[in-house]
Design a protein around this ligand. Sequence first.
Ligand SMILES: Cc1cc2nc3c(=O)[nH]c(=O)nc-3n(C[C@H](O)[C@H](O)[C@H](O)COP(=O)(O)O)c2cc1C
Length: 170
Amino acid sequence: MDKEISYTVEGSSLSSDGVGAFRSALSAFTTGVVIVTTLCPEGEKVGLTVNSFSSLSMEPPMVLWCLEKRSQSVPLFAKGRSFTINVLTDQQQHLAQIFSSKNHDRFKDVALAGDPTGAPIIEGCLSWFECGVADVFDGGDHYIITGLVTRFGRRDEKPLIFHDGKYKTS
Ligand SMILES: Cc1cc2nc3c(=O)[nH]c(=O)nc-3n(C[C@H](O)[C@H](O)[C@H](O)COP(=O)(O)O)c2cc1C
């Protein structure tokens, strides 16, 4: 792509071609890929693919991520609930695809590590952070979820990368 684009947002909403241009400009920012997991009160495991994850604070140790407001799992991420951030390796692209697609038993065939009564930790992840929801903030069509980290770990592997709408490996 060698064409340069620039856009001015009129008011607070984008026209339909503006949406595409905004997505394109955002997708120039390279991220990792995580799966956020939690447990329903009934014990069912829940997880979704997320690339809005970010570090937030060292003292206290905090992270954040953003959840689409129309996601069915919104009630599961209320203040005080537990969740785990699972950072994916370059060998786990299939998990990113499964946990972002509909009509899947997402945890079928996924090996889990750690305490089975807590939010699932996915076996073989690059790093993981067990958290309690500290706050939920409004952020347009998403909620910003901040987490206070209670436990974490990492291993020495290569990350899965997301750039320009595509998965990449380093
Ligand atoms: C690479 C990638 C990154 C994503 N990042 C987010 C995100 O940050 N927040 C979000 O709410 N959905 C994100 N999604 C979309 C969700 O994974 C997807 O909508 C999923 O089906 C939501 O799960 P649910 O249907 O159980 O709510 C992302 C999808 C992909 C493929």
